[in-house]
Design a protein around this ligand. Structure first.
Ligand SMILES: Nc1ncnc2c1ncn2[C@@H]1O[C@@H]2COP(=O)(O)O[C@H]2[C@H]1O
Length: 250
């Protein structure tokens, strides 16, 4: 049975007093309720398209979602691959009326949709929910900043190595291993801003050097970190990168 959204507080055990109610964001984000529903999306099923009306906040209960921008010239850029516990579509909360990018499930996924009024009300009234949401947005800002530095300063070989390492760590804190979602060379090229043939060239090189394997599944070895870490872009005034030698420092 689903956990109660409103759980009894441990301090409210006295029989004569009304039980104190606590809000549990992890239950709120995984169950249906007023203004929110958990939907199942199949692999390759669109969630919203670029230019569509924006009035819902999304949260990934399970699965993987690709965020893509299409240019008027027909170019496509994959700007993010999002996984379990990520929010997306939050632009509507800041007054954005239409989606600036498209979202598609790339594996079978379970996704919570929260209407804009309910998302705003919950952010206002439930500090525990605001905390989860703000942490997510801060982590996103840091990641977008790192992605921008990567695009500006790194070679396409290093951008590919970083993208593979980040993908391999998708959804877990352990050592990089298997890439969970099946990611084509085309998608990798759209993520790092290069051509599929360059991706193919570097993947071959990484395989020959023993940094990756791809027999059916793409497996990333932590030795691939060497490609990225041996020549970090130097940011003036920053002496060391937090987590250097691990994925945190990428
Ligand atoms: N660089 C990015 N990294 C992660 N998610 C993004 C990025 N850019 C856009 N998104 C998500 O894609 C969503 C598209 O719809 P919104 O603009 O409402 O909200 C956007 C974000 O949630």
């Amino acid at each position: 049975m689903a956990k109660q959204l409103i759980a009894k507080s441990p301090t409210a055990a006295k029989p004569s007093t009304k039980p104190k109610l606590t809000f549990d964001p992890s239950v709120f984000l995984k169950t249906d309720g007023p203004g929110r529903t958990v939907g199942k999306y199949r692999k390759d099923q669109p969630i919203f398209s670029q230019g569509a009306a924006a009035d819902v906040l999304f949260y990934i209960v399970s699965g993987t979602v690709k965020i893509v921008v299409h240019s008027e010239q027909g170019k496509e850029a994959v700007i993010a691959l999002l996984g379990q516990d990520d929010f997306f579509g939050e632009g509507c909360l800041a007054g954005q009326s239409h989606r600036l990018s498209a979202a598609t499930a790339i594996t079978d996924s379970e996704i919570l949709r929260i209407t804009k009024p309910v998302a705003l009300k919950t952010l206002r009234e439930q500090p525990a929910f605001s905390e989860v949401f703000v942490s997510h947005i801060l982590a996103r800002t840091i990641r977008v900043e790192a992605d921008l530095i990567d695009q500006l300063f790194n070679s396409s070989e290093k951008r590919l190595a970083r993208a593979l390492l980040l993908l391999a760590n998708f959804g877990n804190d352990g050592k990089p291993q298997r890439v969970i979602a099946k990611v084509s060379q085309e998608m990798l090229a759209d993520m790092i801003g290069t051509t599929r043939s360059r991706v193919s060239h570097f993947m071959n090189k990484f395989r020959k050097m023993g940094f990756i394997d791809y027999n059916g599944h793409l497996v990333i070895h932590s030795s691939l970190l060497n490609v990225v870490l041996h020549d970090q872009p130097h940011i003036a005034g920053v002496k060391s990168v937090e987590g250097k030698g691990t994925l945190k420092g990428l």
